[in-house]
Ligand binder design. Sequence first.
Ligand code: BG6
Length: 483
Amino acid sequence: MSTTAPVLFCIFGGTGDLSRRKLLPALCRLADEGHLHPRTQVLATGRGELSDDDFRRVVAAALAQTDLPPEAIAAFCDDRLHYQALGQGGVNDFQVLGERLESLENAHDLPSNRVFYLAMPPEAFPPVIEGLGGAGLNQSSGWTRLVVEKPFGRDLASARQLNHLIHRHFKEQQVYRIDHYLGKETVQNLLVFRLSNALIESAWNRDRVGSIQITVSETLGVGSRAGYYDRSGALRDMVQNHLTQLLSLVAMEVPSSFEAEAIRFEKIKVLRNLAPIQCEHVVRGQYTAGEIDGQSMVGYLDEEGVPDGSQTETFLAMRMYVDSWRWQGVPFYLRSGKRMPRKMTQIAVRFRDAPVSFFEKLGCSHDTADVLVITLQPDEGFTLHLDIKVPGTPFRLERIPLSFHYQDRFAAVPEAYQTLLEDVMSGDQTLFVHADEVEESWRVYSPLLESPPQVRPYAAGTWGPPEADRLAIVETELWQGGA
Ligand code: BG6
């Protein structure tokens, strides 16, 4: 059964990479699983002149690379997909777009519920937002929603400017700023894990937790994205958005309800309570040549399109503090890097040691702090590492894992974009980023953007520059070993 109203879903940048790799497959899967209203239509826009049929052929070929069934692809392309050239995006082009929207709505009996999805490079956001507003397409007789992809600005000033422009034409309730990490099932599960398990929540504070480490590592390098990446680096590309969102969800207070507004309110409070970052608590790194899984990798400076002598960081690790009643004095370690030994998103919570080192007296020098490792991807699940007595003599302790793996219990975990697109269509803003939240997170990182510490080399296939080791809190075999 479809859970959403009939919608006209309009993608700006409809022929681009994001649209082909993520949005159209997610929409096709939603249609195939019965989550799109039978009358919902998709209109892609782009610079080039293409007929609907040409566009359908291109999309069908792209979708054929996924595991979507051929009948689902054919039904999606033939029954729902359309294309409109947007020319140079002038006033006339937006009027023509408006006419096309109306004609599709008439043809498919749609109630003027419109989603405008900005899936283009960020420099194209302002003209499209102005174009929509100027042509009166920021409202309709049904509802109109605007979805904005990351990066949302490159610093506090540009994020404010973009918010200001958006708010000239759209109300905040119409705006859906995407951070695709929030759509991941396991990220949403963080809230359930904390708020539905009283045992966990009662230990989720400075009395019980010694430190928390959030790691997002990738084996990928910059690939063909050097043009974008070199202007961003790990701070803008991953930390200001994805890792900061994870930090907010981990550190926030219990919200008054499970409503978007209540959750956003608590997340923003975490950002406001973050203590200024100290430069000596930050390590920036850049990968040099190395090996991952026996394959040679070139260094960042030798990747195609990276300017000579670039000082852009591909790795960032830092220690932060949340100055709140709950977290005062507890270090939060954030780390993210490209060309690391494996892809992994993980939150490791190290609980405080037992008050008395009871077993040390018996010759067990083993560290006894319990560690909870929540793995958000891949091999989603969690492991609580606890001590047990090894049977027999001499008296020995061993740390054993108590684990849960999603794949042992559930078939497939839905793709983040599926969840997020469905939420946009049903009007649920819980998993989207509020204007204030974006600005707060840029504010937190402003000092680092203004005077970034020196960038240090690390070989591809290692866990970052050696200087970052002092920022790790959990024994490497735990956080590198997964759930
Ligand atoms: C994107 C970044 O937002 O997230 C990429 O721009 C990064 O550089 C990607 O590779 C990682 O996403 P995921 O879902 O693969 O962890």
